[in-house]
Design a protein around this ligand. Sequence first.
Ligand code: SAH
Length: 222
Amino acid sequence: MNKLQLQGIGMTSQRTRSRLVQRLKDQGITDPQVLEVMGNTPRHIFIDEALSHRAYEDTALPIGFNQTISQPYIVARMTEILLAEGPLDKVLEVGTGSGYQTTVLAQLVEQVYSVERIKPLQDKARQRFSLLKLRNISLKHSDGGMGWTERGPFDGILATCAPEEIPAELLLQLKIGGRLVIPVGGSRQQQLKLVIRISEDEYETEILEGVKFVPLLSGTIR
Ligand code: SAH
């Protein structure tokens, strides 16, 4: 786990960040560790300068290539659900995007493995992790629908893009007791699901809430 070293990064005012944390609490986020990390993570560095004045609004914002940085509420919520039964060691993220969700995870679990299909987004995210001196993140340019077999099985998997159906590979790469948090459904509206692997071949699924994510697409972009 990492504590962020923020010297020289220019955090927005404490007040702006406390407001974001208060809003997350108002929306039902209760995990104190998640709230602390949300309040300490400089979201403005994950967004192009032209939009960075909106970084602490609770909204998704464009990051190029038709993709978006997730809304802080949903990042906090998915993280809280993933960690609800205690700390996790190895977590796979599908869809690095800007690296914002990755950065939140990296402060709360031992090691984050994150896959992204669009190379330029991955490259930018990598620069941000190095700026933040985060050393427990491994990245791969690939189709995350296939998971990351060589690094699995995982204690937790979190997808930040929505497949129409849960890819079998992700289920197989969960440890027994492992937790998968994933939006599932078509392009207009999806359901956030929590899947727990309870034995070698048994999974338990809980539907959590309606959400809207960009789709999980196959193949990669250089
Ligand atoms: N957590 C990110 C969200 C980015 S949007 C953030 O906070 O910035 C979702 C990301 O998933 C996009 O970058 C998109 O390119 C990526 N994605 C979509 N399908 C994918 C796939 N099959 N494998 C890996 N990444 C994928």
